[in-house]
Write a protein that binds this ligand. Structure first.
Ligand SMILES: Nc1ncnc2c1ncn2[C@@H]1O[C@H](COP(=O)(O)OP(=O)(O)OP(=O)(O)O)[C@@H](O)[C@H]1O
Length: 112
């Protein structure tokens, strides 16, 4: 199983959710976050210390999927989130060791 974490522009959330639903991805967690990438964040000196400024509102989406869905999920998220302008976001992939569906006790792929 893989955890796909994507940081996207908030107004693209519906497009990404739709694109993921279309390819059969069933579970999604969404969090409002703030962040910066290469082009927006910069540092500022304040009382001798460096502070990062210009955090922008972003949406973080997390979906745990079967390994074979990985390419499809990346494609769907990219399609849904892309404007072609700076700040479109990033996708991070991690391994997931285990998943448990609490109601039924199912685990692994069956739990997703
Ligand atoms: N290396 C990173 N680690 C964690 N979060 C990141 C990283 N890079 C970007 N992010 C998150 O993704 C959001 C969107 O990144 P963003 O698209 O601005 O990156 P970028 O490198 O500047 O790319 P682009 O040039 O396409 O804008 C950031 O606001 C931040 O929340």
């Amino acid at each position: 199983m893989k955890l796909v974490t994507a940081i996207i522009k908030p107004f693209k959330l519906d497009d990404v959710r739709e694109a993921l639903s279309e390819v059969g991805i069933q579970g999604l967690t969404v969090t409002e976050v703030k962040g910066f990438g290469r082009q927006k964040g910069h540092t500022e000196l304040y009382r001798g210390a460096e502070y990062v400024v210009d955090f922008l509102p972003k949406v973080k989406i997390e979906t745990v999927i079967k390994d074979e869905f990985l390419d499809i999920a990346i494609e769907a998220i990219s399609k849904g989130a892309k404007t072609g302008k700076i700040g479109d976001g990033k996708i991070f992939i991690s391994e997931v060791v285990q998943a448990i569906r609490i109601r039924t006790g199912e685990s692994g792929d069956e739990a997703l």
